[in-house]
Design a binder for this molecule. Structure first.
Ligand code: UTP
Length: 300
């Protein structure tokens, strides 16, 4: 893999989002907001901060909302300009900064995350690239998770995958890796297993939705045979990649919220509100009141 800086980021957003039905009948999961910005915006900002200037969205034919969101909103901008709403105008214009381009690719059928990544191949070509799953929202006061990983990948020239320690009983929800001893934040991956039962898990280091990958992954994805439900798993291609090249697990600095679940989305909303300049105090008061009222009701 070359030692250059990654420039392209792939956002696989063609999943069905069944856990958020009925909302996801019309609102893609990635468009669900934390405060005032959709999940996809947080992931896009993280990719741009890491140095990416080409954003590849793998969508399905129902997800016009994602493309609309990144499109220029002429009428809205004109109205805000005429109304003298400069601050709001800036917010709308800064959805994508100048010099960053968005490319949309359709995944005709939801054949799995691996297949979605493969759909981005014609745009990514033969260079290392990032994959970000927007429903994994990562909050950090310092550099974003992908920036941390891109720096590590640039230094080692290897593929890098974000990992996090999860409770032993949760291994069945993640890809789980076995690694060499960590040197600082990273350790070389020797094995990766998709959603093992706790008894079969080689560790409790779980893969989360940030990857810096060698373009070799595309060839390996081509060779992956569909697993359960006809899905092409990214994990299978990563397993093949680490048999032929170093792939590092990276314990990023930051807090991850699994916004693909109800409780994760609630937790993220609460944490962002408590950290928000204007919302912090009222949110704290509101939560104390709500907990107090619940306490009274429980004692009745
Ligand atoms: P998930 O496993 O979270 O599936 O996909 P999902 O469909 O989005 O949500 P649920 O489980 O039905 O609620 C992980 C990521 O891979 C993308 C999803 O959009 C999500 O970002 N994905 C998954 C695709 O782009 N295409 C697929 O065929 C499958």
């Amino acid at each position: 893999m070359s030692h250059g800086r990654i420039r392209k980021a792939v956002f696989p957003v063609a999943g069905l989002g069944t856990r958020f039905l009925p909302a996801t009948k019309t609102v893609p999961k990635e468009m669900l907001p934390i405060i005032d910005r959709p999940l996809i915006q947080y992931a896009v900002d993280e990719a741009i901060e890491a140095g990416c200037d080409t954003l590849v969205f793998v969508t399905n034919r129902y997800k016009h909302a994602v493309a609309d969101y990144f499109d220029k909103a002429y009428e809205l901008e004109q109205k805000l300009e005429r109304a003298g709403k400069a601050e709001q105008l800036e917010l709308v214009r800064n959805v994508l900064p100048e010099g960053v381009r968005a490319v949309f690719v359709t995944q005709a059928e939801a054949l799995g995350l691996g297949h979605a990544v493969l759909c981005a191949r014609p745009i990514v070509g033969d260079e290392p690239f990032a994959v970000l799953l927007p429903d994994d929202l990562i909050w950090n006061r310092g550099a974003g998770a992908l920036k941390q990983m891109a720096d590590a990948a640039q230094a080692s020239g290897a593929s890098v995958i974000a990992v996090e320690d999860v409770p032993a009983e949760s291994t069945g929800s993640y890809g789980i890796v076995a690694t060499d001893t960590f040197d600082g934040r990273q350790g070389r991956i020797r094995r990766i297993v998709e959603k093992p039962a706790p008894a079969d898990a080689p560790s409790n280091l779980a893969v989360v939705g940030r990857y810096v990958l060698s373009p070799r992954i595309f060839e390996l994805l081509e060779a992956v045979t569909p697993g359960a439900g006809g899905e092409i798993q990214l994990t299978d291609a990563i397993a093949a990649l680490l048999a032929e090249a170093p792939v590092y697990a990276y314990r990023f600095q930051g807090t991850r919220f699994d916004c693909g679940t109800h409780i994760g989305l609630i937790e993220a909303t609460i944490r962002y509100a408590l950290d928000h300049e204007k919302l912090s105090d009222p949110a704290r008061d509101m939560m104390q009141r709500a907990l107090g009222e619940l306490g009274v009701r429980e004692r009745d």
